[in-house]
Every structure is written in structure tokens, then in C-alpha cells.
Design a protein around this ligand. Structure first.
Ligand code: SF4
Ligand code: SF4
Length: 142
């Protein structure tokens, strides 16, 4: 886990959005190990499942509240590495399901964060927006 107090809890969004190559799981397809109690393959889950976390879990600065957990908000965030020259980062706001980012909470979060950092909004595709492990939407990844 990253060095935060956050646990994914009831959220398992990335177990669907992410491509997990060691399991031959495509992006956008729910992992067969998802259970109501969490990962059913926890002890043997691939390295990528142990190391990849969205910004909500990695947030050590209190930027996102508990209520902004991806499954509650309808959006999750990933960040690029700092630009080599400007040192600035870009946030990707990934809409989880079509229309999910239209609720007032999601809009307010995106608006708030956009005051501090450029945000690229990635609308959900049917049925869910796939992303790669570097946080970029699949259709923009090399
Ligand atoms: S999307 Fe974030 S909070 Fe949800 S399961 Fe993945 S890492 Fe955890
Ligand atoms: S193995 Fe577990 S942690 Fe990894 S994608 Fe599947 S359910 Fe999620």
C-alpha cells in the first residue's frame, strides 16, 4: 500500500478499468477474482495489483475527501509524472460510467482541482473507460 491511511474499502473500480496482463484481463472487463469481500486472489494477486493505486488512495495531502472515493464520486483521478521542463503535472479525470461525472459532487471536485493543476477529462466509454498502468486512457496510450 502507498504511505497513506487510505484503504480501497468497498471500491474495486480499477479491478475493472485496468488491464491486468498477468491475468490476461483486458481493460474494461471485471476481474474474475472480484468478490463482495474484496479480492478473492489477494495473497496471489499480481504485482501490478499490489502497486497501482489511484490518486484517491495515494493522496497524502488531504486533497480528496473520503466521500470522493471513486465508486462514490463516479470519477477517479490519475496523475502524469511532472513535466521535464515545467515540473507540472496533469491530472486525468476518468469518468467511470457514461454520465457519472454530471453529478454535482463530481463536477465540484473537478472544478476545485482544476484551479491547481490542468485536468484532462476522459469521458466514459461504453461500458467503462479503460486506462493503462501509467494512468492514461487506453485510446491515448502508445
Ligand atoms: S479505483 Fe482507487 S480506490 Fe478504487 S479500488 Fe482502485 S485504487 Fe482503490
Ligand atoms: S486480482 Fe484482485 S486486485 Fe487484481 S484485478 Fe483481480 S480482483 Fe483486483
Amino acid at each position: 500500500m502507498p504511505q497513506t491511511d487510505r484503504q480501497c474499502g468497498g471500491c474495486n473500480i480499477c479491478c475493472t478499468t485496468m488491464k491486468v496482463s498477468p491475468l490476461n484481463k483486458p481493460a474494461g472487463v471485471s476481474c474474475g477474482h472480484i468478490t463482495e469481500a474484496g479480492c478473492g486472489n489477494y495473497e496471489n494477486r499480481p504485482e501490478v495489483c499490489r502497486t497501482w493505486y489511484c490518486m484517491w488512495v495515494r493522496d497524502t495531502n488531504g486533497i480528496l475527501s473520503d466521500e470522493e472515493r471513486p465508486d462514490k464520486l463516479g470519477v477517479f483521478f490519475t496523475a502524469t509524472l511532472p513535466d521535464h521542463e515545467t515540473k507540472r503535472q496533469t491530472l486525468y479525470a476518468h469518468e467511470i460510467l457514461p454520465g457519472a461525472a454530471e453529478n454535482s459532487a463530481a463536477r465540484a471536485t473537478i472544478q476545485r482541482l482544476s484551479r491547481y493543476v490542468p485536468i484532462q477529462f476522459i469521458p466514459a466509454r461504453n461500458p467503462i473507460t479503460p486506462v493503462t498502468m501509467n494512468g492514461q486512457p487506453l485510446h491515448e496510450a502508445a
